[in-house]
Write a protein that binds this ligand. Structure first.
Ligand code: ZN
Ligand code: ZN
Length: 172
């Protein structure tokens, strides 16, 4: 645990994000990591910037997953520094790629809360799809033209029981 917190602090220092408050939260259950900030209504400048990780997550996840989540949130923080907001678009993805993250696909799984936080600041349209079985949500940057089944629930053969359903239409 201590080691993991040290790793996060080290990353923040290395990326010049020392002004971000690091919080390890015992109450975070739904998502593993989060960035929070407010924006000045006139200057649009972000302030009160926090990067937060779930204690349960840090205690239980394996190293690869911890690194993945830490890089994910660091990329959001760098993005906020650059643009004043962040969302899962191509700009954020290229920052994440620059950090050496392995999985920078167009599909991203998010918790409900993360979805609602991000879309407030995002100018790009996103479509949230949900698996009717495990309720896992995925974000796509365009509407799906084909039918897709949930990757976690279904096997190789398409099964309509696990077909991803559009949960919310074009959010921008
Ligand atoms: Zn995110
Ligand atoms: Zn599923």
């Amino acid at each position: 645990m201590e080691e993991r917190i040290c790793f996060i602090r080290e990353m923040l220092r290395e990326k010049h994000l020392e002004m971000w408050t690091l919080e390890i939260s015992s109450r975070m259950e739904k998502s593993a990591g989060q960035v929070r900030y407010r924006r000045d209504i006139y200057t649009k400048k972000p302030y009160d910037k926090k990067i937060r990780f779930s204690r349960t997550f840090l205690l239980s996840a394996d190293d690869d997953r911890v690194i993945e989540v830490v890089l994910h949130e660091i990329a959001h923080a760098l993005d906020v520094e650059k643009r004043g907001y962040s969302c899962h678009d191509s700009v954020w993805r290229s920052i994440l790629r620059g950090l050496g993250a392995k999985d920078v696909g167009r599909r991203y799984e998010l918790s409900d809360q993360e979805v609602s936080n991000r879309i407030k600041n995002c100018e790009r349209k996103m479509y949230v799809y949900e698996c009717p079985n495990c309720k896992k949500q995925s974000i796509f940057y365009r509407k799906l033209r084909k039918r897709y089944a949930c990757g976690s629930c279904s096997g190789r053969v398409f099964n309509p029981d696990y077909e991803l359903k559009l949960k919310s239409d074009a959010i921008s």
